[in-house]
Design a protein around this ligand. Structure first.
Ligand SMILES: Cc1cc2nc3c(=O)[nH]c(=O)nc-3n(C[C@H](O)[C@H](O)[C@H](O)COP(=O)(O)O)c2cc1C
Length: 173
């Protein structure tokens, strides 16, 4: 028998917590957004990357304006998206700032390539999207970052890394 749908009014002071609790129940695909170059690099793990348009190819991701990556995306005008596989949980943890790892140190322990824009892309990712920055649209705490995809790379084997109910879950191929 299925549980009854729990209804919550978001106008109360617990509104944000109820919203987060609802979002926890959605399965997210885990990607890393990378920006900057050399030692002047950072990145963050996201589940908010999706396709915006296929023709022309564009993606969007929602990036917190307080993250260390946001100013680098704005300054360099390009960013990379690397979609992670089940073997990349440690990469995901580094890029979420786990253990206080910051900036270019997040890139250690993995191999990175560049394609058209100069953004770093994870060499053994499931799929990579090399993007030129189109626009950043500020909404609430985040910006909707729109990228024009200049190049992609794909690996049509293996599984995926997802995030669900507050934990990483490997999705088998
Ligand atoms: C699974 C997962 C998904 C996340 N998705 C997003 C996201 O879509 N957008 C975002 O701004 N932060 C997201 N975060 C949080 C950032 O990864 C984290 O706050 C960031 O790396 C810290 O930024 P810093 O560079 O300022 O330390 C997510 C974190 C986790 C663990």
């Amino acid at each position: 028998m299925s549980e009854r749908l729990m209804l919550r009014d978001l106008s109360t002071s617990e509104g944000a917590a109820a919203f987060r609790a609802a979002m926890r129940l959605l399965v997210g695909n885990v990607s890393v957004i990378t920006a900057g170059a050399g030692r002047d690099r950072s990145g963050l793990v996201v589940i908010s990357m999706v396709s915006l348009s296929a023709d022309p190819p564009k993606v969007i991701a929602c990036v917190n304006r307080s993250s260390s990556t946001w100013p680098l995306i704005e300054r360099f005008g390009h960013f990379g998206v690397s979609s992670l596989g089940p073997q990349h949980q440690q990469v995901a943890e580094r890029f979420s700032g786990f253990g206080g790892i910051k900036g270019a140190d997040r890139y250690e322990g993995a191999d990175w390539i560049t394609l058209a824009t100069g953004a770093s892309l994870l060499e053994d990712a499931v799929a990579v999207f090399d993007c030129r920055l189109d626009e950043m649209i500020d909404r609430g705490s985040h910006s909707i970052v729109i990228g024009s995809v200049a190049a992609v790379g794909t690996r049509d084997s293996g599984g995926a890394l997802t995030y669900w109910r507050g934990g990483y879950r490997a999705l088998a191929a």
